[in-house]
Design a protein around this ligand. Structure first.
Ligand SMILES: NC(=O)c1ccc[n+]([C@@H]2O[C@H](COP(=O)([O-])OP(=O)(O)OC[C@H]3O[C@@H](n4cnc5c(N)ncnc54)[C@H](O)[C@@H]3O)[C@@H](O)[C@H]2O)c1
Length: 435
């Protein structure tokens, strides 16, 4: 089928290459000319494992094309996926500016039936607003449907997640929309969950908020463990084996970040309050998450006494491994706090250093993780890249000026650290090593 995508960012581009892989003909549009130039050359504007290969493959098969004109999307595809950003406003509400603009462009260029599909994460009732907007701006009498098809991909495993999803959710209010979406997903081997448009919208916000809640619950438990002498990893292991609970996302650390959880949790609280539903449970997720990083900073301050003029190594800048996405990355907030306190920072990340350099040109960008530690008074781990876990801690100790490590992701080998007499301070467990 001929399909269009408006917005060729993380979600739009993954949608484009994955549907091309499934045999559809794709046109992806974006109004960012720099991004577009790279895409047309077969170069992904962001780091995502497997992306460059699929992009180049389908530029060559001719099943994937790019355009800078959003109007082209309306003409090309029988179905149009809206994949534009839905950032937070300063008050935490989802900003619908890009969605509305896309809807207006669709309306103004609508000549024959189109299925307009929200793939961006949007608050419940957006579908109704989209319908109303398109109906207001449409010029002729062309028909359209609006459907919701939320995206559940995770950056870092986005292609695998999209080609082999746990489920596909389609929110529709017409048989024609359902039939088209079923045809689009015919090549996918997973349950298709058909709901109303509003339920599909809510499934996405609710899923992200629930996952954020699991992380936050583990972080709260970590506080209790630190206060009582228990070990949070033992606690979540014991909990997670219960299949009603599950082990995924029950990880204590320095808090969640990224382009989705922080804004989606806030947006869910906001829409609930707009609908006069008490949102204190959801609000607490966000507040507890923010204070988790503050506690980590205070732990560093308490251990190191004076931060001014201390040299601190930071491992991991991206909000999670396998991405160069820095949106709401805890490491960036920590860098701001440490810089303010007068610390000198030596940072490392396997892929996110070029993006970090744009916001913090004044840091020392290390050649590798060991170089980051050279002469440092302490090391803080902010992202659990697998290569950090695998590093020989003897080399880390030899490189540091003082062997103090703050493991913000509980990812380093505590037994090995104890053998080497490294002072290791994790999350939700007592420190090990000499004072
Ligand atoms: N990134 C993720 O992991 C992820 C996962 C699931 C859902 N989502 C949701 O998907 C949506 C998109 O997220 P993203 O991370 O891909 O954002 P992004 O910022 O990477 O990409 C959005 C793109 O849309 C383009 N754009 C905006 N308006 C346009 C228009 N009118 N015409 C053409 N292009 C336009 C922008 O230039 C940008 O390239 C958001 O709602 C997000 O919450 C993201």
């Amino acid at each position: 089928m001929k399909l269009s995508v408006i917005g060729s960012g993380h979600v739009g581009l993954v949608t484009g290459v994955c549907f091309a892989e499934k045999g559809h003909e794709m046109l992806c549009v974006d109004h960012d000319t720099e991004k577009l130039a790279r895409l047309k050359k077969g170069e992904s504007p962001f780091y995502e494992p497997g992306m460059n290969e699929l992009l180049q493959k389908h530029l060559a098969t001719g099943r994937l094309k790019f355009s800078g004109r959003t109007e082209d999307a309306v003409e090309f595809g029988q179905a149009i996926f809206i994949c534009v950003g839905t950032p937070s406003t300063p008050r935490g509400k989802a900003d619908m500016t890009y969605i509305e603009k896309a809807a207006q462009t669709i309306a103004e260029n609508l000549k024959e039936y189109r299925l307009v599909i929200e793939k961006s994460t949007v608050p419940i009732q957006t579908g109704e607003r989209l319908k109303r907007t398109i109906a207001r701006y449409v010029k002729g009498d062309a028909q359209f449907d609006v459907a919701s098809n939320p995206e559940f991909l995770r950056e870092g495993t986005a292609i695998e997640d999209t080609l082999k999803p746990d489920r596909v959710v389609i929110g529709v209010d017409s048989a024609k929309a359902e039939a088209l979406l079923r045809e689009i997903y015919a090549g996918f081997n997973c349950p298709i969950v058909v709901t109303s448009v509003g339920s599909a919208e809510l499934i996405k916000h609710a899923s992200n908020s629930f996952l954020a809640l699991k992380i936050t619950f583990a972080n709260w438990l970590a506080r209790l463990c630190e206060a009582s002498g228990a070990d949070v990893e033992q606690v979540v292991h014991g909990m997670g084996l219960d299949h009603r609970i599950g082990r995924h996302f029950l990880n204590a650390g320095i808090g969640y970040g990224g382009s989705c959880f922080p804004k989606d949790v806030d947006a869910l609280a906001h829409i609930a309050e707009e609908l006069r539903v008490d949102a204190s449970l959801i609000r607490l997720i966000s507040d507890t998450n923010k204070s988790q990083l503050q506690r980590f900073y205070e732990k560093m301050e308490s251990e190191l006494w004076v931060l001014n003029d201390k040299t601190i190594a930071i491992w991991g800048l991206a909000f999670k491994p396998n991405t160069d996405d820095l949106r709401e990355a805890p490491a960036l907030r920590l860098i701001d706090m440490l810089k303010k306190a007068g610390a000198k920072l030596r940072v490392h990340d396997p892929v996110a250093m070029p993006n970090t350099r744009k916001v913090h040109p004044d840091l020392y960008y290390a050649r590798d993780a060991i170089d980051a530690c050279a002469g440092a008074d302490a090391l803080a781990v902010c992202t659990e890249w697998p290569q950090y876990r695998e590093l020989d801690l003897a080399k880390v100790k030899a490189s540091l000026r003082v062997p103090i490590v703050f493991d913000g992701r509980n990812c380093l080998d505590r037994k090995r650290a104890a053998e080497l007499n490294i002072r290791l301070l994790g999350i939700g467990k007592g420190p090990i090593g000499a004072q």
